[in-house]
Design a binder for this molecule. Structure first.
Ligand SMILES: [Zn+2]
Length: 132
């Protein structure tokens, strides 16, 4: 009886630790998003943690942005220079893909969850507003 309880207890601890690890891993992956801006207007924001294809059509302009393995890249575009397709994959802060002929910008937005705890506190916001 006692031995069985011990095994059961150990099993629960192992499962709990595994769940904790999975939670931490998924939290890290969830973070970043990309924002697509077309002619200065926000076209949409998309999570980098989900594989997807974003088609942007504006008149004769066509861009297809692909998100794969947490990275975004321009899969296809009918712009004359095709430069955006050569800009590679983006996944981190300050990285962008620009399609100049179509006035299209794809930029990475970093997850700001860590900071949102602080900004919701009025005491953290107050010094900034007073200083300026
Ligand atoms: Zn382009």
């Amino acid at each position: 009886m006692k031995k069985k309880d011990l095994i059961l207890g150990a099993g629960i601890i192992v499962i709990a630790l595994a769940m904790l690890l999975v939670m931490q891993l998924t939290r890290g992956e969830e973070g970043n998003q990309i924002r697509v801006t077309l002619d200065g207007k926000i076209y949409g924001t998309y999570s980098l943690s989900k594989d997807q294809t974003i088609e942007v059509k504006d008149g004769d302009f066509y861009n297809r942005i692909r998100i794969e393995d947490g990275k975004a890249y321009m899969e296809e575009a009918n712009c004359p220079d095709g430069y955006c397709e050569e800009q590679g994959k983006i996944s981190g802060h300050t990285q962008t893909i620009v399609c100049l002929p179509h006035k299209l910008v794809v930029e990475v937005l970093e997850n700001e969850n860590d900071q949102s705890f602080g900004t919701s506190d009025p005491e953290d916001v107050a010094p900034d507003t007073i200083a300026k």
